[in-house]
Structures are given as structure tokens and as C-alpha cells.
Design a protein around this ligand. Structure first.
Ligand code: FAD
Length: 319
């Protein structure tokens, strides 16, 4: 398998197309996901990210008046999907690896499985709070921040495993990605402190950054500029999501803590239906892509979130 940083190097400045997919809800078939992304293979993504969804805590009232407490995962299957992507499309999968819901020993087991499968790229994240909670809580003996997990992966890459005296064990060879937030991570008090912690992830061994989605390219350009000023030299991959419904004007800013540019808001508000809004989203994203390519973005990374026909239309115009 090829590392993301090598894919970028091998492209010699030509922009790369890539996507992120979300595992289906438990009980759904994988076929829908694979059928959805198959048309995107025409644009030759060298890698595909697969998100990870941690456990949720549910309370279900029973007929006898008691409450049944359930811990369940609604979208399992990240590693299986990675394997399916490797075998069906011959594309390098990038599983997301979370702090949330894992002890450091469970993380090590997870990484060992990936290593044995020949998966050499991981996107390391803290993860969202477990539903229905609002704040992130690590598991006992788990990590509070992605930088700690980056350190564990980097240690494994040096042959250092947990609780082993021998420090010359067979090393893994993971290329480590981390998340960056052009519009600031919502919990950070200010941009400066968020940058310090991003820098910490790089200093501990991360090889590249993938950004949260944004609709105003200036936010990405400012973010890259600040990273470079701070001495962060790794590739910074812009994450893109074409807006596809009128409701997303409110939903995306609420969930992902971003601002919609006024011109996009005006154009979507003038739409009479979601079909028109989807077309506005496609055209907006095409403009974003053209500008990002002109500015030298190494990869255009699309969040598919289900149906991907709009991404195919965008890719057809820009690749
Ligand atoms: P961190 O880098 O740990 O930062 C979290 C917060 O803590 C920030 O505010 C940061 O400034 C602060 N911080 C960092 N280090 C320290 C420190 N040492 N002391 C004090 N404060 C600190 N979520 C999922 O559940 N599954 C996924 O598959 C998934 N994929 C994602 C993919 C991308 C590209 C992005 C951008 C996000 C994704 N997320 C996913 C969401 C992500 O898990 C959340 O945004 C989460 O809230 C933060 O993750 P992080 O890795 O950026 O955390």
C-alpha cells in the first residue's frame, strides 16, 4: 500500500481526487455504498477514507416500567469496508481511528489488525462525544486528545508497543493524518490555541492534515498561511462538501461549526426546491475546486455523505 504523502509526491503537483465514505447503518447492505462510489472510480481516487462511529448510549422504556440501558454502535464495519474497498477497487483505504470509546490497549489491537491487513494509512481523531452526551469523555485508560493517539501510532512505527519491555519489535509503518479546522475547532477558546494543539499533533508524528469542510476558500487559504507561519510544513488537504439541500444552509453550520458565505446563502435562498439547491451547490463547489487547484491544493477530498452523483458532476468539470 502507498502512503498518502507518497501519493501526493507521486502526483508531481497534479491535484488528486479523493473521497470519504460513511459506513451504512447496521443491517443495511454494503452494496448501496459500493454502488454509490463505483462511478467515482472514473476519477481514479488513490485513497478513500472510511469514518468510524463510536458507541451510543440508549435508554429504552420497557412494558414493565423499567428502563433498558443499551450500548450499541449504529454504523459498525469500518475495517470491513476498508478491506472491501481494497479488494473491489484496488484503492488504498484510510480508516479513521478514534480516541473515543477505546482504551489504549484496544487501540493497539485495532492498529495491529490494520497493520496485518496491509493498511498503512490512518486518520487519527479524538472523535465526537458519545451520543446523547455533549461533552467528550475518554474511556478509563483512553485518550483525551488526538495528539496522544498520534504518539501511540508513532511509537508503534518505531517498534514500541504497550507494556512490552522489548523496544525492538516489528514496527508498523502507518502514514498518520490528523484533522484541522480552518474555522477553528468549536471547543477551542481561540484560533491561536487551536493552532498550538494542531502543531502538537504534527510534532508528535502526524504526516498530513485534512480540513473540516468549508465553503469560503479564503478560510482555507488563511489556515494554510498560518500553518506555514507556525512551521507546519506537511500537506494540508482541503475537505469539501457540495451543499445539496436548502436545509443544509442551517444544518451544516450547526453541526460542523462553519460559516456559509453570504453569496451562497442568497443563491440557495432563491431556490424553489432542493433540486435547484443541489445544482447551486454543485456550481459553488466547482468554483471552489478551480480556485483551490489554481492555488496548488494537493488533493481535493470530498465528503460523500450518501449519494455521490453531485460529486461525480463536480469531478467531471475539474479533473
Ligand atoms: P483534537 O485534535 O484532540 O482536538 C479537540 C479539541 O481539544 C480542540 O478544541 C483542540 O484545540 C483541543 N486540544 C487538543 N489538544 C489539547 C490539549 N493537549 N489540551 C487541551 N486542549 C487540547 N468524528 C468521528 O467520531 N468519527 C470520524 O470518523 C470522524 N472523522 C473526521 C474527519 C475529519 C476530516 C474531521 C475534520 C473530523 C472528523 N470527525 C470524526 C470529527 C472529530 O472527531 C471532532 O471534530 C472532534 O471533536 C475533534 O477531533 P480532533 O481529532 O480534531 O481532536
Amino acid at each position: 500500500m502507498t502512503k498518502i504523502t507518497d501519493h501526493i509526491r507521486n502526483a508531481n503537483g497534479k491535484p488528486i481526487f479523493s473521497i470519504e465514505v460513511i459506513p451504512p447503518v447496521k443491517g443495511d447492505t454494503l452494496k448501496n455504498l459500493l454502488d454509490n462510489i463505483e462511478p467515482l472510480m472514473a476519477f481514479k481516487p488513490p485513497f478513500i477514507d472510511v469514518t468510524y462511529h463510536r458507541e451510543e448510549y440508549i435508554e429504552r422504556p420497557l412494558p414493565d416500567g423499567t428502563i433498558q440501558k443499551i450500548v450499541t454502535r449504529k454504523r459498525p464495519g469500518t475495517v470491513g469496508i476498508c478491506s472491501a474497498i481494497m479488494h473491489k477497487f484496488g484503492v488504498d483505504p484510510v480508516p479513521h481511528v478514534l480516541c473515543g470509546g477505546f482504551t489504549r490497549e484496544e487501540t493497539e489491537d485495532f492498529l495491529v489488525d490494520l497493520h496485518y491487513l496491509g493498511i498503512d494509512n490512518v486518520l487519527v481523531l479524538r472523535g465526537d462525544p458519545a451520543k446523547p452526551f455533549n461533552t467528550f469523555k475518554p474511556k478509563d485508560n483512553g485518550y483525551s486528545y488526538a495528539s496522544e493517539l498520534v504518539e501511540q501510532v508513532a511509537n508503534m512505527n518505531n517498534g514500541v508497543y504497550l507494556h512490552e519491555e522489548d523496544t525492538a519489535l516489528s514496527p508498523s509503518d502507518f502514514c498518520i493524518g490528523v484533522a484541522g479546522y480552518p474555522e477553528k475547532h468549536f471547543e477551542a477558546v481561540d484560533h491561536e490555541i487551536d493552532f498550538q494543539y494542531l502543531k502538537q499533533k504534527i510534532d508528535k508524528g502526524a504526516d498530513y492534515i485534512v480540513t473540516q469542510m468549508f465553503f469560503d476558500n479564503q478560510k482555507y487559504f488563511d489556515f494554510v498561511g498560518k500553518c506555514r507561519q507556525a512551521g507546519i510544513t506537511v500537506p494540508i488537504i482541503p475537505g469539501l462538501k457540495p451543499l445539496s439541500t436548502r436545509k443544509q444552509l442551517q444544518v451544516l453550520p450547526r453541526i460542523f461549526h462553519l460559516q456559509m458565505p453570504p453569496d451562497l446563502v442568497t443563491a440557495v435562498e432563491a431556490c424553489e426546491n432542493d433540486q435547484q439547491a443541489r445544482q447551486v451547490g454543485i456550481e459553488w463547489c466547482i468554483q471552489q475546486c478551480r480556485e483551490l487547484i489554481a492555488a496548488g491544493a494537493p488533493v481535493l477530498h470530498f465528503y460523500t455523505m450518501g449519494k455521490a452523483d453531485n460529486i461525480a458532476k463536480i469531478a467531471k468539470e475539474v479533473f
